[in-house]
Write a protein that binds this ligand. Structure first.
Ligand SMILES: *[C@@H]1O[C@H](CO)[C@@H](O)[C@H](O)[C@H]1NC(C)=O
Ligand SMILES: *[C@@H]1O[C@H](CO)[C@@H](O)[C@H](O)[C@H]1NC(C)=O
Ligand SMILES: *[C@@H]1O[C@H](CO)[C@@H](O)[C@H](O)[C@H]1NC(C)=O
Ligand SMILES: *[C@@H]1O[C@H](CO)[C@@H](O)[C@H](O)[C@H]1NC(C)=O
Ligand SMILES: *[C@@H]1O[C@H](CO)[C@@H](O)[C@H](O)[C@H]1NC(C)=O
Ligand SMILES: *[C@@H]1O[C@H](CO)[C@@H](O)[C@H](O)[C@H]1NC(C)=O
Length: 346
């Protein structure tokens, strides 16, 4: 092999392998995760989304326009964003438990009753999801991960999405869940399901290579990324973030269920105390955007302030954590009052 063709191969391989999102300490690392129920994103929204290195499109994208298919709507949004900034990583949301009906995956799933999870009485398991999204009254079917065919079936939806070239990775909601309220699995199924639920995520990550797979609220060996959905300005969240960082995960810290997204000082300070390489911050009370819910398309002034690499881990004296950043910015968090202070470098 000539050294030139060797170089060409190395370049191709590294171009394919380098699929982590852009990460920088220069300013606060941030992400977005949203959907627009009533239609495609408008231009102003796309301009803001194009500034985030990492954007997940939720299941409710254009849900009010037609019943099917979320796959196509998420792809359309990815194309809109990439047209403005091709370095944004766009992540495909789907659920690793609930068979949300707006996906093409659901139409396919209906053809495969042998892949529906069944309870100890042999009835299909049906469970409800987040009621801010449209769903059948009796709940949704569940993918039977106790079976290889069930795992392959579910994983193929994400793999197909990434094959379009516009989707960089996937978000697996309800990762780690293995038992369901109101229904009992047989002991054998329960055991195989719990194992299979982890297995499907680990196998999917292998298929995706270095591309992002977010296991929501779950740290699983062999899966690169996680979201802390209920991140808040409390020491428990800081410790949770530090743990995920110590396991080398890409972490999306989602504040906003408990903290204000108008004044983000407290939750952002908590984030800065715990953040590591590939930790990203976001704040929202929900997952939709519209005229009154702008959280995910709000570029906070703090996002442009100078940060720089942390000079080291946070230190704790008494009740107060402190962390210094290369720019001179200092974040502090008081675990007694659950309030933060960020002294930004000029
Ligand atoms: C959501 O879609 C509607 C209908 O197309 C559009 O009018 C609105 O501007 C969109 N909102 C955002 C934030 O993109
Ligand atoms: C494109 O996205 C990258 C990663 O977030 C960012 O560094 C860059 O500034 C963005 N470019 C534009 C034009 O927004
Ligand atoms: C659109 O949203 C409205 C209000 O949330 C709801 O009443 C209506 O059923 C939705 N239409 C579709 C097609 O989902
Ligand atoms: C993924 O694509 C393959 C090949 O086109 C297709 O057979 C399969 O049904 C798709 N998976 C889903 C869940 O739609
Ligand atoms: C299985 O599901 C059916 C239908 O929801 C329910 O009536 C039955 O009690 C369930 N059995 C167990 C063991 O959970
Ligand atoms: C935002 O919250 C912080 C921490 O609680 C507080 O110190 C600051 O005054 C608040 N800023 C505004 C503009 O209200």
């Amino acid at each position: 092999m000539s050294s030139l063709s060797f170089l060409a191969i190395v370049l191709v391989v590294s171009a394919v392998a380098a699929k982590m999102p852009i990460f920088s300490w220069d300013t606060v690392p941030v992400y977005s995760h949203l959907c627009n129920k009533t239609g495609p994103f408008n231009d102003a929204a796309i301009q803001v989304l194009a500034r985030f290195p990492l954007v997940t499109i939720e299941k409710g994208q254009e849900a009010n326009v037609s019943d099917c298919c979320a796959e196509d709507k998420i792809l359309a949004a990815a194309k809109q964003i990439k047209a403005v900034n091709s370095s944004v990583q766009v992540i495909f949301y789907y659920n690793s438990v609930l068979d949300w009906n707006q996906y093409r995956l659901h139409a396919e799933f209906l053809k495969h009753p042998e892949l529906w999870l069944r309870n100890a009485s042999g009835d299909p398991v049906r469970i409800p999801g987040d009621h801010s999204f449209k769903q059948p009254k009796d709940g949704m079917l569940v993918f039977d991960f106790s079976k290889q065919a069930g795992r392959d079936f579910w994983a193929s939806d994400c793999i197909n999405a990434t094959k379009t070239g516009y989707i960089d990775g996937c978000f697996a909601d309800r990762s780690g869940e293995e038992s369901f309220r109101g229904t009992t699995l047989s002991p054998e199924t329960a055991k195989a399901y719990a194992k299979g639920h982890d297995q499907v995520l680990q196998d999917l990550q292998k298929s995706l290579g270095d591309n992002v797979l977010v296991a929501n609220n779950y740290l699983l060996p062999g899966v690169s990324s996680t979201m802390i959905e209920g991140f808040q300005s409390k020491e428990a969240s800081i410790l949770q973030l530090q743990k995920a960082v110590s396991e080398k995960k890409l972490v999306e810290a989602h504040a906003g269920y408990h903290d204000s997204c108008k004044n983000i000082t407290n939750s952002l300070a908590a984030f800065l105390i715990g953040a590591g390489e590939y930790s990203y911050y976001g704040c929202s009370s929900g997952w939709y955007v519209d005229e009154t819910h702008m959280d995910w398309i709000t570029w906070h002034p703090e996002y442009d302030k100078p940060l720089g690499k942390p000079t080291g881990p946070a230190t704790k004296e008494g009740d107060v954590y402190t962390r210094h950043f290369a720019s001179g910015t200092v974040a502090m968090f008081d675990t007694k009052t659950n309030t933060g202070t960020i002294n930004w470098a000029k």
